[in-house]
Design a protein. Structure first.
Length: 250
């Protein structure tokens, strides 16, 4: 480990049973799109909750070359991959655990980001409250979650999802923690048909890497270009950016 790099390791007794992380690791355009949407709200001290094997962490590093990132991952089977990946990186601190005061000092993060994480958390209100505590006043929470409960199927079950969100349900949990919503958008309209077919019609329980590569290479760039200019009325996912109020606004 080089000077400046840090890793905190504990045991959580939690193992993630989903099998999609390796396949999604090749979804470069997908993660670049999410990063583009988060980028205006990312500061120099970033906490990534549920960092998995570090795929999105790499994109955060690219978006903010000078940022310091605390990558938090609870799963016993994922954390060793995350730790090895960034063991020699001076700007990444890896934490085996949950998003709490031990993972990151209260009121010091400019941004908290979580991509496809909150749907795995049974008590999502507690998750948003923990994110709020980590943020400095004026800092931003950036969340990306699966949308539309009607799409919930075998893929969601296999990936240990508790729920999919609508705009009202996501807004309610974020505002219920005392955050002010600044952006709330559906994303990836064509993905609704793809997810419905895979999880409801074909009843698949994993995402195949060849399919992910095809969709990421040929579909995501076109969808990204269109949805830059037009906000769809629904989509496979929801993105929310919320701000912790300044002290004077409390």
């Amino acid at each position: 480990m080089v000077p400046g790099a840090e890793s905190i390791v504990t045991r959580t007794d939690f193992t993630y049973s989903g099998e999609e992380l390796d396949a999604l690791a090749e979804a470069h355009n997908y993660y670049a799109w999410i990063t583009e949407r988060f980028a205006p709200f990312l500061g120099e001290a970033i906490v990534e909750a549920g960092a998995g094997i570090g795929t999105f962490t790499e994109h955060l590093l690219g978006a903010r070359p000078a940022a310091r990132i605390t990558a938090v991952e609870p799963a016993d089977n994922n954390f060793p991959h995350l730790e090895r990946r960034f063991a020699a990186h001076p700007r990444v601190r890896t934490v085996h655990g949950y998003l709490d005061d031990r993972a990151h000092p209260a009121s010091t993060a400019d941004s908290v980001a979580a991509v496809n994480v909150m749907e795995h958390v049974e008590d999502h209100a507690a998750f948003v409250a923990a994110a709020r505590r980590a943020l400095r006043p004026g800092g931003h929470l950036c969340l990306f979650v699966p949308a539309l409960p009607a799409l919930f199927g075998t893929l969601d079950e296999a990936f240990d999802h508790f729920r999919r969100y609508t705009k009202p349900t996501l807004r309610a949990v974020v505002e219920g923690a005392g955050m002010r919503v600044e952006r709330l958008d559906y994303m990836n309209l064509p993905g609704t048909a793809a997810w419905w077919a895979a999880g409801k019609l074909l009843r698949r329980r994993t995402v195949a890497a060849p399919y992910t590569r095809f969709y990421d290479r040929w579909v995501i760039p076109a969808v990204r270009a269109v949805e830059r200019r037009w906000s769809p009325p629904f989509g496979q996912s929801l993105l929310v950016v919320a701000q912790k109020p300044l002290e004077s606004e409390r």
